[in-house]
Every structure is written in C-alpha cells, then in structure tokens.
Design a protein around this ligand. Sequence first.
Ligand SMILES: [Fe+2]
Length: 440
Amino acid sequence: MIQYMRLGKVPPKQHVTFYDEGKLLMEQCFTREGFEGPYSILYFRQPPTDENAVEILSIPGFCPFEQLAEQPLYRRHIKTQNMKASGDFLDARRVLMLNSDVQMCMVKPTEQSTRFFVNGDGDELYFIYKGTGRIESMFGVTPFRERDYVLIPRGTPYRIAWDDGRVGSAHQAGESGSSGSIGAAGRKVGGAHPTSNSVSPEYLVFEGRGWIDIPKEYRNRNGQITDYAPFCNRDFRGPEKLLEYSEKSHGKAPFKLVVKRDDKLTVHLFKHFPHDVAGWDGSVYPVAFNIHDYQPKTASVHLPPTIHITFAGNEFVVCSFVPRKVDYYDKDGIKAIPCPYGHASVHMDEILFYVDGNFTSRKGIDSDSISLHPAGIPHGPHPGTYEKSIGHDRTSELAVMCDTYKQLKLTKFAHELEDKDYHLTWVSKEAGEADTPGAR
Ligand SMILES: [Fe+2]
C-alpha cells in the first residue's frame, strides 16, 4: 500500500490469457474496499480456491480471548517480560487489549511452523521487538530484522519463518520433528526449537479493523511520499523474490491455511501448495520499514506526540519515538524542558511499548513494558524526571506508541501480567514516608 511494484512474470494487460509451461494461470485480483481501492493482480500456478476440507480451530488467548469483566479506570503497566513463550507464531499469539478499531497482541513463538495464516479481520502491523526472519506470502519473501515494522494487508496468506540460530534455519521450518500437523486440540505437534545462543523472537502486533497505512498527509497528489514526511519511498521494503515451494521447508499435503474472521479460526486444507505464484503486480503487498529509518523532528520547544505519527488506522495512530536531539530553546536564562509535559489528551487512550534506551519520564518501566494511560486521567513525567531533563540535548529512548479514540479494554491475560501498583508511582512522598499501599 506504499507504491506500485512488480515481481516475476505478468502479461502485458490484465484479464488476458497468460500461460506458464503450457498451462493457463489463474488470475486473482486482490482488491481492497470492493473494487474501488488499491489492488494487486497475481497469477497462480495452482488455483488458491481448491481447498478440500475445513476444520474449526481454537487457540485460547488469541481466538477466543477473554475480556476483563470490570476495568476500573487507572494508569496501567503490563509487564510482558513475564509472558511465557510457547508454540508457533499462532499458538504463541495473545490478545492484550482491544477496541472495535484495533486489537493489540504479543507473540513469543518457540516453534517454527508450516502453517500459513490469513487475517480476515484487518490489516496487521507487526513490530519486530526481537529476532530476524522473513514473512513468506503469496507475494513472495519479505525479510525482516529487529526493530522493523512489517505491514501485512488484510487477507494475505503468510507465515513467519524466523531465524533460530541454525544455518539456514528460516528455510527449515517443517523439517524433521516439525511436520506442522495439528493435533486434536488444534495445537501444532513437534517443531524446531531454537538453539541456546539464538535470540528468542518477540513481536507486538496491531490489528487494524478498518485499515492501517501511512497517514494520507504524508502523500502528495500522485501518492508519492512527500519530502517533508518522516520517511521516504526508499525506506519501505517489499518482497525480494517469489516464494518457491520446497517439501523440506513447507511440508507435505495437506497444506494448512488458518483463517481468522470475527475472532474465530478455521483451518483450510489443500492438496496442492496454494501460494505458488508465477508473478504479480500492484500496490498491495507486505512491506517492512525499520524504526531507525524514521526521521524524527525536533523544535526549539517540545512538540506533541502527533509529530511522531508513523502509521494511521481508523480512529487510531501508531507513533515512533526514536533517539534524537531534544528541544533547544535557551534565551535569557529560560530553557526548554525536553521531558514531555503533563497532559490530558481527553479524547484518546494511549499505550506505549518501551523498546530500548533511557525512558526519562517513567519509573518502574523497562524494555518490553507496556503502559496504558486512559483518557480522562492526566498523565506525564514521574516526579523528579521533569526537572532532571532540563539541559539535556539528546534522548536515547526507543518506543512505539498507539493512541486510540475508543477506550481500550484489557483481556484477562493482560491483567494477569499487570504491575498493579503502577498507577500509584506518581504520588509524591515526604522524606521517610513508606510506599503507598497498592490499590487494585
Ligand atoms: Fe501521553
């Protein structure tokens, strides 16, 4: 959804005969917003429609998830450091919070997978917190590295093949012991385990129910990214090559495609590998963008978070806070305060995923923490951090923020990971005064 791209062979016109080794290929128009929006056209060697069985699948914590029944309004801290890793990229996915526009999940897989996945509920924006690997889809192979965002359009069949420390590991999903077969409870049996010196992968996922794209304000009338946007067309990386089936990597029939729609899963079984594409073109396909390619803006005095918007969806935005120079106003003894001012963004809930660096405005927060500051309650720097920031000229913080207009509801799973005293950490204490007892 960034720019036009072509990979492999396509005929000179759409909707005309196109043969590969004497066989007429099946054209698929992959369209958004009916037939009015962006689209791509793919040419399949095997029709992607020849499924021969459908099964129901349940992955507790993902589909279905349990929402917290009562959610008193206070500032929250979800310690995803304590989330246990288990299963492939689907079994390991857990919904943390949601509203009707966006759903946020954390994924900590331990096993490779031969399963492909389609999200029929929305576009997906991965933030690769840890690990490297590649997205394999009908559009081809999109490598990713740590700190990448990976935007996957709704309806795209894909799997994640992550590097597990072995030579060529991302190519070996499905080899001995990881046949990808699904047991009676729908869980994958077997699987390749990472070696002790590998990085355990960890992903934050935003599922945009309407859409996710770069903000329209960053495009000119031709759709090109403007020169004043915080990134350029060259920063977005599409698939590098077409996907080639191999039994070693993708297993044998039946090939499994897990489809999500209305937060329910079905497994579709195919006799033939259904992602064998001879070529495609268009402007809908997965893209990767590294957060360090984001070009931050700084002014003489503090700019609001709006200046850091990277992606937008229906009634929510995703912002990138990257290491940067900070505000530099200094005149007649009056200086800028680089630390964010206290604020009550009265229309929006705000979550912040802390990635790396020094989180100057927060106490008790570490990498892999998620804070939720709900609309209606002012928030800002912890006592002392505001004053300490004066005179600093740089910040090393690296964080991903999501602001939503509708209230975010926690799942029971997220609640179990909560630091339940976080909202009391703003309380000023007199010398010698004990910590305030925690409230729930
Ligand atoms: Fe904020």
